[in-house]
Design a binder for this molecule. Structure first.
Ligand code: SF4
Ligand code: SF4
Length: 234
């Protein structure tokens, strides 16, 4: 039931993408920063960082329209896509991208706030929307399961920073917990994981901490032995 609700929310979010797109855009934040404006994306990215201190990456597993589109595409290609460099790539891009934004903010300080900056339907925006949709679609078709989340997502690093901050400051946050004694190594959790994590191995090791985990709870709900649970803890 929980997974049906999650997928329903994700589908709704994907349908709202033509609207949400303005507030999750890696380009509009640069365009607004270059004229000294703090736009909707800046506010949303800051909000994601703050909420991930307690909520980890629940946004990615439950609300992200880009994630929803990738889950849909993975029915055509459910190849696993996960690895140290595949995951590191998004952080490298993020550092360059966000450093440039900070540079523009400093250069145009003090900033004005306009949450709806560039929000509107015109030809360049329609082209940009279809470009982003095509990028998400083609990338996940080529890479497999949530390839964009692993290798290109500009929002994930904000939430990884939030998670790291919580751990550093010993703030309790949303986590998975493993009961390795209950696990019978059926591998169902690894097979179901949309982020291609080797969940079964992590359960056996008694450590389910991964910055790539999007808290979708597929592994929790699908485990026949109830060996995985979740909750807020340190
Ligand atoms: S689904 Fe449950 S029992 Fe099967 S490998 Fe994963 S944790 Fe172990
Ligand atoms: S480890 Fe579990 S909660 Fe995390 S992404 Fe994989 S299936 Fe979802």
């Amino acid at each position: 039931m929980r997974q049906k609700i999650r997928k329903g929310i994700l589908t709704f979010s994907a349908l709202l993408f033509p609207l949400l797109f303005f507030f999750l855009s890696p380009y509009i934040i640069i365009a607004s920063a270059s004229v000294g404006i703090l736009n909707g994306s800046s506010v949303v990215f800051g909000f994601l960082l703050l909420t991930s201190i307690v909520g980890s990456r629940l946004f990615c597993g439950w609300l992200c329209p880009g994630g929803a589109i990738q889950d849909f595409v993975s029915t055509s290609n459910d190849k696993r896509w996960n690895g140290k460099w595949k995951n590191a790539f998004k952080h490298i891009i993020w550092v360059v991208w966000f450093s440039f934004i900070v540079y523009l903010w400093v250069r145009h300080w003090p900033l004005k706030t306009d949450f709806f900056y560039m929000v509107g339907i015109d030809l360049p925006m329609v082209i940009m929307y279809f470009f982003v949709m095509t990028l998400i679609y083609v990338l996940s078709l080529v890479t497999g399961k949530r390839g964009m989340c692993h290798s290109l997502c500009w929002m994930a690093p904000f939430m990884v920073i939030g998670e790291k901050l919580a751990d550093l400051l010993h703030i309790p946050r949303f986590r998975l917990k493993a009961d390795s004694a209950a696990c019978v190594s059926c591998g169902k959790c690894s097979k179901n994981c949309p982020m291609s994590l080797n969940v079964a191995e992590m359960v056996k090791a008694g450590n389910l901490n991964s910055t790539e985990c999007i808290s979708c709870l597929e592994c929790v709900d699908g485990c026949p032995k109830k060996a995985i649970s979740c909750g807020i803890s340190r």
